[in-house]
Design a protein around this ligand. Structure first.
Ligand code: TRP
Length: 337
């Protein structure tokens, strides 16, 4: 039985603690029990960053360092780079032939994002197609019990749905090749940003995994708390407070309850709360940053890890592409020597 996991992360800058609790924590568990493929989505990054292409290389480096820093282990998991597997572009081209534009335009995540953009680009609208390729290129053999799990955030659900549709259509129209992937949504609630909005790389509301203690202290101090709690002994509302959400991620159960009750009863003040949170975050990130420093000093080792990952990804890719070309009748026998 083959138990595969595939997930990806866009390389648009260093990763933050929202990524940790939303995805990486889950990946760390999965790498012990599944054959994991983690994709650095540098081509998908270009869908929004094509006019800043020169920045992507640095982002790829940042993201791989972050993955190694949190403990993704290249002996267990395959880390690879999207652009280095040209089969992904090839498969995505074929999938595009039987994907209706109307379906892409109805995809809720694409629809939402398009509202924020000035223009409608082909590459951007097509990215669920290329994401289907990202996923299905790593399909295990199609049998009754082989599985392909995709751990992602809720916003990715429409893409996994359309990937299943692509797989089903392909299997029915040509030949059964692909296992239908299954989405696996992390059950930890999304960690909000320091301003209670969605934590984002460029929203100015994130704590990055590589932030220095001074940056962490400054950011936590400026975080949004209950605006009605002015004095230490004013009773507060922890539920609208960014720091309390952080306690839910970083604290143990006893601490979470202490803070919740203490805040409501006006027994703890926000300043004290923030100081303790600063320490928790710094302590949490210390071993991660130590590992990051180890790999930062060894660029050759990091390059070797990626080259090896790309090689492994390519082996799987070539196996699937042989089947795809055969199923689609594009491995022309008359050309064979
Ligand atoms: N779209 C995903 C995101 O923005 C990243 C991604 C690219 C991905 N390819 C993937 C996720 C394949 C899962 C599977 O987070």
């Amino acid at each position: 039985m083959q138990k595969r996991v595939l997930s990806g992360i866009r390389t648009t800058g260093p990763l933050h603690i929202g990524h940790y609790f939303g995805a990486l924590q889950n990946w760390l568990e999965l790498q012990d029990n599944y054959d994991c493929y983690f994709l650095l989505a540098d081509v998908q990054a270009l869908t929004t960053h094509f006019d800043r292409a020169a920045e992507i290389e640095q982002s790829v480096r940042e993201v791989v360092l972050d993955l190694l820093a949190v403990g993704i282990d290249p002996a267990k998991a395959t880390i690879f780079i999207q652009s280095q597997i040209p089969e992904l572009a090839e498969l995505s081209m074929y999938f595009g032939m039987f994907t209706r534009l109307s379906e892409l335009l109805q995809n809720p995540t694409i629809k939402d994002e398009l509202k924020k953009q000035k223009d409608e680009y082909y590459g951007f609208i097509g990215y669920p197609v290329s994401q289907a390729a990202d996923i299905l290129l790593f399909s295990p053999l199609l049998t009754d019990d082989n599985v392909l799990l995709i751990p992602v955030g809720e916003d990715q659900a429409p893409h996994i749905q359309s990937t299943r549709k692509v797989a089903r259509r392909f299997n029915e129209m040509y030949k059964p090749v692909f296992v239908l992937p299954e989405i696996m949504i992390s059950d930890t609630p999304r960690l909000p940003g320091l301003d209670m909005e969605k934590m984002g790389k460029s929203a100015g509301n994130a704590i990055f995994l590589k932030d220095s203690p001074a940056d962490i202290a400054r950011k936590v101090n400026n975080a949004f708390t209950d605006p009605k709690k002015i004095r230490r002994n004013d009773p507060g509302n922890p539920y609208g407070c960014a720091i309390f959400q952080f306690y839910r991620a970083f604290g143990d159960n006893k601490l979470i309850i202490d803070v919740e009750l203490g805040c409501k009863a006006g027994k703890i003040g926000c300043v004290q709360d923030k100081q303790r949170m600063t320490e928790l975050v710094i302590e949490f990130l210390r071993p991660i940053q130590e590992r990051r420093a180890f790999f930062e000093k060894r660029p050759d080792l990091v390059a070797e890890i990626l080259n090896e990952g790309n090689k492994r990804a390519k082996v799987s890719a070539q196996g699937i592409m042989d089947k795809v070309r055969d199923a689609m009748h594009i491995n022309y026998n008359f050309l064979k020597e």
